[in-house]
Design a protein around this ligand. Structure first.
Ligand code: PBG
Length: 327
C-alpha cells in the first residue's frame, strides 16, 4: 500500500521507542513525603496508605538510608506534634518535631535534599491552616506565624521550605522573613495552585490534621477553576517563589501544562494521598497492575510539564527508572 507516513515505524523496537521518547524522567526530581512524630521506636502504618508509615526520630534513619540508596532526590517532611493549640505554636518551635527531624535528615542522609512543609493545620487544635477570627481563618494574622515556622525550619538546616497553607501573600512574607534572618539563599517551593480536594483524605488521617469544623474552601481553590490557578501561580512567582507546585496531580494535569507555559520557574506536582490510596486499593483487589499504573501516572505528570514529582511511590519509581521501565 502506498502510505509514506507510518507512525508505527518508530515503534518497531525498544531501541527505537527509547530514542524518540519525548519525556525523560530522572530520580533526582523525585520528592518523597515523610511523616515524623514524637515518641520512640515507632513505625506505624497509616491505614488508608498501606506501605506508608509515621516514624519517630529514631526509626527515621533506616528509611532515609533506603531512600538515599534508591537515589530519590529529596524528602518533604510533615510533622505530627504531641500537643496542639489555637495558634499552632509547635509549627515554629525551634525544638519542634519537624525542626528535630531536619537535623536527623541532615546528619543521617546529607545527600538528600531536605524540604519542609510549612503549614499550621498539623499544629492547630482546630485543624485549620491558620489562626481563627470570628469569620474564619485570619489571613494576615497567619502570615507572621508561617514566617516564623519557615525561618525556624531554615535555622534547623532545611534546604528548602514549602508553604502549603494557601494564605494570600505568604510567599512574600516568608521571603522577607528568610532574608532578614540571613537565609536569602533558601529557596521557596510554593504550593501555589492547591485545590480544596477530597484526595487529601488519607493524609489528614495520617497527619491528624482534618479541620474540626467546616472545610478549607475559604482558602484552598475551587476545582472548577483553571484560570484562577494560573493567577495564583503568577502571583507567587512575582512574590519570589522559586518553584511552583500544582496539587493534586492526576486530576489537575491541565493546570500543570498551563502553569508550565505561564511561569518561568520550575513546576512541581504532588500526587497526593488519595491517588496513592486508590492505586493501592485497586491493586490489592487484583484489579490493576500497581507498578504499571504507578509508572503511567508518574510519566503523565512529567509529560504534562512537571519537572519535579512528589509521590509516596518515590522509592519504587526510582527502582523502575533504574530498571529502565520508565526513563
Ligand atoms: C497541609 C497539607 C496537606 C497536604 C499537604 N500539605 C493537607 C491539606 O491541605 O488538607 C495533602 C497531601 C496529601 O494528601 O498527600 N496543609
Amino acid at each position: 500500500m502506498n502510505m509514506p507516513i507510518r507512525p508505527r515505524r518508530l515503534r518497531g523496537s525498544s531501541g527505537l521507542r527509547c530514542m524518540v521518547r519525548e519525556t525523560r524522567v530522572d530520580k533526582s526530581s523525585l520528592i518523597y513525603p515523610l511523616f515524623v512524630r514524637e515518641g520512640k521506636g515507632i513505625r506505624e502504618e497509616i491505614s488508608a496508605m498501606p506501605g506508608q508509615y509515621r516514624y519517630s526520630l529514631d526509626t527515621l534513619p533506616e528509611k532515609l538510608n533506603r531512600l538515599a540508596d534508591a537515589g530519590v532526590g529529596s524528602v518533604m517532611l510533615f510533622g505530627i506534634p504531641d500537643r496542639k493549640d489555637p495558634v499552632g505554636s509547635g509549627a515554629y518551635d525551634d525544638d519542634g518535631i519537624v525542626q528535630r527531624a531536619v537535623r536527623v535528615v541532615k546528619r543521617e542522609a546529607p545527600e538528600l535534599l531536605c524540604i519542609t512543609d510549612v503549614c499550621m493545620c498539623e499544629y492547630t487544635d482546630h485543624g485549620h491552616c491558620g489562626v481563627l477570627c470570628d469569620h474564619g481563618v485570619d489571613n494576615d494574622a497567619t502570615l507572621p506565624l508561617l514566617t516564623r515556622a519557615a525561618v525556624s525550619h531554615a535555622r534547623a538546616g532545611a534546604d528548602m521550605v514549602a508553604p502549603s497553607d494557601m494564605m494570600d501573600g505568604r510567599v512574600a512574607a516568608i521571603r522577607a522573613g528568610l532574608d532578614a534572618a540571613g537565609f536569602e539563599n533558601t529557596p521557596i517551593m510554593s504550593y501555589a495552585v492547591k485545590y480544596s480536594s477530597a484526595f487529601y483524605g488519607p493524609f489528614r488521617e495520617a497527619a491528624g490534621s482534618a479541620p474540626r469544623f467546616g472545610d478549607r474552601k475559604g482558602y484552598q481553590m475551587d476545582f472548577h477553576n483553571a484560570r484562577e490557578g494560573v493567577r495564583e501561580a503568577l502571583l507567587d512567582e512575582a512574590e519570589g517563589a522559586d518553584i511552583i507546585m500544582v496539587k493534586p496531580a492526576m486530576t489537575y494535569l491541565d493546570l500543570v501544562t498551563r502553569v508550565r507555559d505561564a511561569v518561568h520557574v520550575p513546576v512541581a506536582t504532588y500526587s497526593v494521598s488519595g491517588e496513592y490510596a486508590m492505586v493501592k486499593a485497586a491493586a490489592a483487589q487484583g484489579w490493576i497492575d500497581e507498578t504499571s499504573v504507578m509508572c503511567e501516572m508518574a510519566v503523565a505528570a512529567y509529560r504534562a510539564g512537571a519537572q519535579i514529582y512528589l509521590t509516596y511511590f518515590a522509592e519504587e519509581l526510582a527502582k523502575c527508572m533504574d530498571e529502565g521501565r520508565i526513563g
